[in-house]
Design a protein around this ligand. Structure first.
Ligand code: F6P
Length: 378
């Protein structure tokens, strides 16, 4: 067993609640239980490349537990194996600068590196592991779509935002007899819309896993109107798509591992529904896109505890020399899998072992929602 004296960590990709809880748990358990030295690279892989780091002690992580975001900052644009730079003629070129990062780790005598991130960040974690670095990965996303783990931190806090937003939208929907659409995040997985929608009492939930028919959605609004419920609440996932159609794309960001940025389905739905609904019931349709609010704010109870479990387990794995692996929760217990098995899902949702964890259209959650009259627009 390699004796561990000093470890490093970094956060990569897009932020979510619970990251600071993970950082705090890593630093506390590394120092208090194992007496390791800890440094944190700033801005994700960018800090590893430029050697921008801070020494982390108990003072550094004091008071951060409840805060969203990450005190280490992060970036989803710094793939060190394909790093964007300009050559002497000002032309954009992509270079493998991973050896510079590895030299920085050696310079600091880092025995193990904890990498906290989503699919893109963990794909690089795999590549560093292949180059001999002692890596432990921790999955992070509000989307809750990471294969092999039952739940990721940040998800439950995001659900709280969705639920509270739907609660708030109900009052205007009721007062004005309106159709209210809430567009939520989730990429190609419908978990946020599904569980947030159930908790927030949505009447219609549209998710990527169940393509919708606009006429079925309209019929639900008519049915509710005719029985005296003159408002309807729709919770739509950014990745939802019509039957036979495709997702709505907001932008393409070539420098991001998730180059396709979803968004705009709420407005599209409103335009489509307005043509069918307005002439019959006269109802107005309004759209709210919840956006990055879902990733921020005060970390909730669940994610503080979950982040603590993920962080302390990662340090335990280092102590046991379990490298090249990612922390997961399986059957409600902490465990780990080889990073190789879970990365590479990207925007397609596909990994080498079968893909992102998406909603089962015939599973208990969807069935429970249907049982209480929620429509999926099929
Ligand atoms: O994966 C988390 C997530 O918030 C998705 O739900 C969303 O589609 C995406 O990130 C947004 O990415 P960006 O921060 O690059 O706009």
């Amino acid at each position: 067993m390699k004796e561990i004296k000093k470890i490093a960590l970094l956060t990569g990709g897009g932020d979510c609640s619970g990251l600071n809880a993970v950082i705090r748990a890593i630093v506390k358990s590394a120092i208090l239980k194992y007496n390791y030295e800890v440094i944190g690279f700033k801005g994700g892989y960018h800090g590893l490349y430029t050697d921008d780091y801070i020494k982390m002690d108990l003072q550094t992580i004091s008071g951060i537990f409840h805060q969203g975001g990450t005190i280490l900052k992060m970036s989803n644009k710094d793939n060190l194996f394909k790093y964007k730079m300009t050559d002497e003629n000002g032309k954009v070129v992509y270079k493998d600068v991973s050896d510079i990062a590895i030299a920085n780790l050696k310079k600091h005598n880092i025995d193990a590196l904890i990498i906290i991130g989503g699919d893109g960040t963990l794909t690089s974690a795999r590549d560093f592991a292949r180059k001999g670095i002692n890596v432990v990965g921790i999955p992070k996303t509000i989307d809750n779509d990471v294969p092999a783990t039952e739940i990721t931190f940040g998800y439950r806090t995001a659900l709280d935002h969705i639920m509270l937003s739907l609660d708030a939208l109900h009052t205007t929907a009721y007062s004005h007899d309106r159709v209210m659409i809430l567009e939520v995040m989730g990429r190609n997985a419908g978990w946020l819309a599904l569980e947030g929608g159930i908790a927030g009492s949505a009447d219609v939930i549209l998710i990527p896993e169940i393509p919708y028919d606009i006429n079925t959605v309209a019929q639900t609004i008519f049915d509710r109107y005719n029985r005296g419920s003159k408002f309807t609440i729709i919770c739509v996932s950014e990745g939802a798509k019509p039957l036979g159609g495709d997702v709505t794309i907001k932008a393409i960001d070539k420098d991001s591992p998730d180059s396709v940025k979803l968004g705009g389905i709420g407005d599209l739905l409103a335009r489509q529904l307005d043509k069918i609904i307005k002439p019959v019931t006269g109802q107005d349709i309004r759209v709210t896109t919840l956006g990055y609010i879902q990733r921020g704010g005060v970390t909730n109870t669940y994610d503080r505890v979950l982040g603590t479990k993920y962080g302390s387990y990662a340090v335990e794995m280092i102590a046991n020399n379990e490298f090249g692996r990612m922390v997961v929760i399986r059957n409600a217990r902490m465990d780990s899998v080889r990073i190789e098995e879970v990365v590479g899902s990207g925007q397609t949702g596909q990994t080498s072992t079968g893909g992102a964890r998406i909603v089962n259209p015939h599973g208990d959650l969807v069935n429970a929602a249907k049982d209480i009259g929620i429509t999926f627009g099929e």
